[in-house]
Ligand binder design. Structure first.
Ligand SMILES: [Zn+2]
Length: 71
């Protein structure tokens, strides 16, 4: 299922310090104000790969991107 993905421009303590990737829906739910749009992807793995072009420590959110959540 295709979704819009964003990477938080601020690092999140989760508990490591990462720039987390979220779906548009979860980003809005969390009230993240500063985020970079990544694109429309079929999987969070592709979205995180794109996010790593911006932030090397990018990681998928455990809640909305569990398949791309490394740690
Ligand atoms: Zn999320």
């Amino acid at each position: 299922m295709y979704k819009h993905y964003y990477v938080n421009n601020n690092q999140t303590n989760n508990p490591g310090l990462h720039h987390e990737v979220h779906t548009e829906e979860h980003k809005n739910k969390l009230g993240i104000i500063s985020a970079t749009y990544l694109g429309y992807y079929a999987s969070e793995t592709d979205a995180v790969a794109k996010a790593k072009m911006y932030y090397q420590d990018a990681d998928g959110c455990a809640v909305c991107c569990p398949n791309a959540h490394g740690g």
